[in-house]
Write a protein that binds this ligand. Structure first.
Ligand SMILES: [Zn+2]
Length: 244
């Protein structure tokens, strides 16, 4: 039977406890069917959702662009209640399941534009010569020294026109709370593994770091050559003085 009000409208928000219980039940049911979900866990109870600077920067980027402040707040509540019961990141795409009041979780898909070749090359060029930062990156940590490079326009963080989304709820034409919850969920995944940032933008992180390191070494060698030229020059001057 159809109902006038959807059971998940703002007129009947499920409580955090209700969401958590339903989310656990959905994960358990999926497990019984042989599907293994990877729920997003959020330790923060208030304030920032993410712990790492890059996770927080992802959320700031989202909040800067999104006009739907109330949806974002509800999304925060959802992710804190453990409602994002599955979230998979692949190249240019995030697929997630979000628990609402109804029994069946909503399916959310977010598509993020892959990084353009010229933008990727520009980021690599700007990372070149920062060997220490690149080593930190290779160890699975986003060095804060590279923050500007990653967060500036054309960096790793997508702009609004590079993001599109859909949700199986009736409210999805706008950014619904389920999509908002998944957006925060992505930030929490980044907290655990910043390389997902590269994956999401269609970049192989090992190749990215490898190319940047190789360019750094080539640049160092080129500079060393210049240095020896200078020594030869100075030598020539001494010789000249000697002659004099
Ligand atoms: Zn939705």
């Amino acid at each position: 039977m159809s109902r006038y009000w959807d059971d998940d409208t703002i007129y009947s928000q499920p409580s955090a406890e209700e969401l958590r219980a339903k989310a656990n039940e959905s994960v358990r049911r999926a497990g019984k069917k042989g599907q293994s979900y990877e729920p997003v866990t959020c330790r923060s109870r208030r304030g920032e959702i993410c712990e790492s600077w890059w996770g927080q920067a992802w959320c700031e980027n989202l909040e800067k662009y999104a006009d739907y402040a109330s949806r974002l707040d509800r999304g925060k509540g959802y992710v804190r209640s453990g409602a994002v019961i599955d979230l998979q990141i692949s190249s240019g795409r995030v697929e997630a399941k979000v628990q609402g009041r109804r029994k069946t979780p909503y399916k959310v898909e977010i598509r993020i534009g892959r990084l353009k070749e010229e933008d990727c090359q520009r980021i690599i060029d700007r990372c070149t010569s920062r060997i220490e930062s690149l080593e930190t990156l290779a160890n699975g940590d986003f060095p804060e020294e590279l923050k500007d490079i990653f967060t500036e326009r054309g960096g790793l963080f997508p702009s609004p026109n590079e993001i599109s989304f859909s949700c199986s709820c009736p409210d999805w034409a706008m950014m619904c709370k389920h999509v908002a919850a998944v957006m925060y969920g992505i930030g929490l995944r980044f907290d655990n593994n910043p390389f997902y940032f590269f994956t999401l933008r269609g970049i192989d992180p090992d190749r990215f770091i490898g190319v940047a390191l190789q360019n750094s070494v080539e640049k160092m060698l080129a500079n060393a050559d210049k240095g020896s030229d200078r020594i030869i020059d100075e030598g020539s001057i001494t010789e000249l003085f000697g002659v004099l």
